[in-house]
Design a binder for this molecule. Structure first.
Ligand SMILES: Cc1cc2nc3c(=O)[nH]c(=O)nc-3n(C[C@H](O)[C@H](O)[C@H](O)COP(=O)(O)OP(=O)(O)OC[C@H]3O[C@@H](n4cnc5c(N)ncnc54)[C@H](O)[C@@H]3O)c2cc1C
Ligand code: HEM
Length: 590
């Protein structure tokens, strides 16, 4: 058996004190920073740095950029101290998001996309009438003035001009494109490209979709669609004699959770980092930011902190010996990179079986741990799964499994191990091998994957209906736990419709019963298809069964379905026939 391995402690924080790194920001080497170079460098601007801080993120070719390099982005191009202002009540980021979604025309042009010359741009240079060009796109930032965390007096400095360099020098990591999507006026053009003409005022609401409307000046859209690919996160480092801290600024506010981050340190020197970055345009197509280093010296993984509000990730490496590192180490060729998760090769790691418990006659609870030479930050998001693979008669077989927690206690903390409920099919390809796996033996487990997003799925939900057949219960387990944590003190309802063949097939029956007693908002219905003696609900999923168990009012209902193909198809159809609104049914599948 493998010795117990302690996982890193992890925190998700919203604290404002996390917003500013102590040392200067360093761009990953692949960036073209030629336009945002600060002539005076960090030191000249008096930006405080931690004693012994290192600014180096190396490239394959050597140590780059050095602390005094022109590649180090300056503190403030404005010369002002980089202090954020206290925003007036009602002018927070959330208030800004609400305003941009309110349908109010923030462009001042009725949402029409214009060609804007520099002369025209220059006319809009006041607090109450401010246009600003960044990377070729002109925004009306008048409405944003009071929401700008740096203060309106800072923002107005970019009014009436091409503020690309100014913007980048101050805060390149800010995702202005999505923040100002409702403020797009048009494209910055040369004077001779078009004679500027403001179209008649329209009272129509402006929205993100207005970007695709045709300009009155041209038959074609005049600016390219806003890029769906997020910007490459920037990396910043600092150190003490005992620790080396890596800060990653994803520029994706209010979305990152600790589950989105995978960090691996192999043999104390090989460091791999993977951050799942949501795709604003397609929930199913997230990106992954990846980086890989050979560390300067041996270190263990320490605390990992996610600042959800800003999208910052802070990773503490604990140095094995007290020393000052000239830099983090050597970056592996081809990194850092940002790729669609779907395009990435699946990454596997060996996990060792440390325990096995019998759950039913054909289902086991398997518990696995990473090997002792691997420090790992790995938490599987609710409703996501992993892959495992093995060679069966010379053919590589890949199968999916959905981890659960150690038990169904809603307030249980993830122990960093992997727990699975796995049903053995005696004639199956892979499960007989899992059944034969002995303690201490290893299997390859992939990075987690999946499209379910609990944070958006639970928004406004008052009724959660979990429809599971057999091992289709596995994604429901964590979902149920999260719902009980979040809603147990409300008037919400959660029902598990659990379909099995016989009574002896029911997994976790006693635990589910315990939850029903402890949490009155939860109810489980067992429905058996092949049990003569069963006095409860019988049969396969049908409208009749649903009518018997579901609450009458389907308002704010979320239905999640998991089970064998035909079962899931039938379940989905039944709910669709009940006029379940678009997006209120989620089917877990590979
Ligand atoms: C996203 C996802 C998550 C999952 N999570 C879990 C989980 O947490 N726990 C879990 O136990 N399972 C889970 N599964 C199912 C799992 O991936 C495997 O499908 C399952 O373990 C069976 O694998 P196997 O290779 O042993 O069986 P397979 O070889 O795939 O066979 C499965 C069954 O079909 C029969 N069969 C195979 N071929 C034929 C054929 N040609 N004709 C008739 N019958 C046939 C076999 O005899 C066996 O009874 C999940 C699946 C998905 C897609
Ligand atoms: C080009 C003119 C601009 C100037 C001179 C400017 C200046 C500043 C300054 C001095 C700060 C505070 C210090 C800091 O945390 O770095 C700040 C913060 C900020 N600005 Fe701007 N800004 C400009 C444009 C914009 C634009 C167009 C946006 C986008 C919508 C924006 C969004 C923000 C945000 C979100 C912060 C907080 C950053 C953080 O918390 O890390 N700024 N700005």
């Amino acid at each position: 058996m493998n010795p117990a391995f302690s996982v890193s402690t992890t925190e998700t924080s919203d604290s404002d004190s996390e917003l500013k790194p102590v040392s200067g920001r360093v761009l990953p080497p692949k960036w073209d920073v030629s336009k945002s170079v600060s002539p005076s460098g960090t030191g000249g601007l008096g930006v405080p740095t931690m004693a012994g801080s290192s600014l180096g993120v190396p490239t394959p070719g050597g140590l780059f950029p050095l602390g005094n390099s022109q590649q180090v982005v300056s503190g403030s191009a404005t010369g002002n101290p980089r202090n954020k202002v206290a925003l007036k009540p009602g002018f927070s980021l959330m208030d800004w998001i609400r305003l941009t979604k309110s349908g109010r025309d923030l462009t001042g042009t009725g949402g029409k996309i214009l060609k804007v010359t520099k002369t025209e741009l220059a006319k809009h240079n006041k607090r109450k009438d401010a246009w600003m060009a960044i990377n070729g796109v002109v925004y009306n930032v008048t409405a944003y003035m009071d929401y700008h965390p740096g203060g309106w007096d800072e923002l107005v400095r970019g009014a009436g001009i091409d503020a690309t360099n100014l913007f980048n020098e101050v805060h390149r990591w800010v995702n202005y494109e999505s923040m100002l999507a409702a403020c797009v006026v048009g494209k910055l053009v040369d004077a001779d490209e078009v004679a500027f003409k403001l179209p008649p005022k329209s009272k129509g609401p402006s929205s993100f979709s207005s970007l695709s409307t045709n300009s009155s000046l041209s038959a074609k859209p005049v600016i390219p669609p806003i890029k769906s690919k997020p910007q490459l996160p920037s990396i910043d480092t600092h150190q003490t004699d005992l620790t080396f801290v890596i800060s990653v600024f994803t520029r994706v506010p209010n979305q990152l959770q600790r589950e989105n981050i995978i960090i691996e340190i192999l043999e104390k020197v090989h460091c791999y980092l993977s951050i799942r970055i949501p795709n604003q345009e397609s929930e199913d197509q997230p990106f992954r930011f990846l980086s890989e280093y050979t560390l300067h010296d041996k270190a263990r993984l320490g605390k990992v902190t996610v600042v959800t509000s800003t999208g910052k990730v802070e990773i503490v490496l604990k140095k094995e010996s007290k020393s000052h590192w000239p830099n983090l180490g050597q970056i592996v060729e081809g990194f850092p990179k940002l790729s669609k998760a779907a395009n990435l090769e699946t990454r596997y790691r060996d996990w060792a079986l440390i325990d096995r418990k019998t759950v039913t006659h054909d289902v086991d609870h398997l518990i696995l741990e990473p090997l002792p030479n691997l420090d790992l930050h790995f938490f599987v998001p609710v409703g996501h799964h992993i892959h495992t693979k093995c060679l069966v008669e010379g053919m590589e077989i890949v199968r999916s499994y959905t981890p659960i927690l150690a038990n169904l206690d809603p307030f249980l903390i993830d122990d960093g191990k992997l727990h699975f409920l796995i049903k053995t099919y005696s004639h199956g390809a892979l499960t007989p091998m899992l059944k034969a796996l002995e303690k201490g033996q290893t299997i390859p487990i992939s990075d987690h994957t999946g499209s379910f997003d609990i944070h958006t799925a639970f928004q406004d939900v008052r009724q959660l209906i979990l429809v599971a057949a057999g091992t289709g219960f596995t994604p429901m387990a964590k979902l149920l736990q999260q719902f009980l944590v979040k809603k147990h003190e409300t008037k919400s309802v959660c029902q598990l419709l659990f379909f099995n063949k016989t009574e002896q097939d029911i997994m976790c029956r006693e635990q589910l019963k315990g939850l029903e007693i402890q949490y009155p908002i939860f109810k489980v219905h067992h429905i058996l298809s092949q049990d003569e003696k069963w006095t409860g609900l019988k049969g396969r999923i049908s409208r009749e069964i649903l009518d018997k168990v579901l609450p009458e009012n389907p308002k704010r209902r979320l239905v999640t379905i998991c089970g064998p193909g035909p079962f899931a198809v039938e379940a989905k159809k039944l709910f669709q026939d009940m006029d379940a609104p678009e997006g209120s049914i989620f089917h877990f599948q590979g």
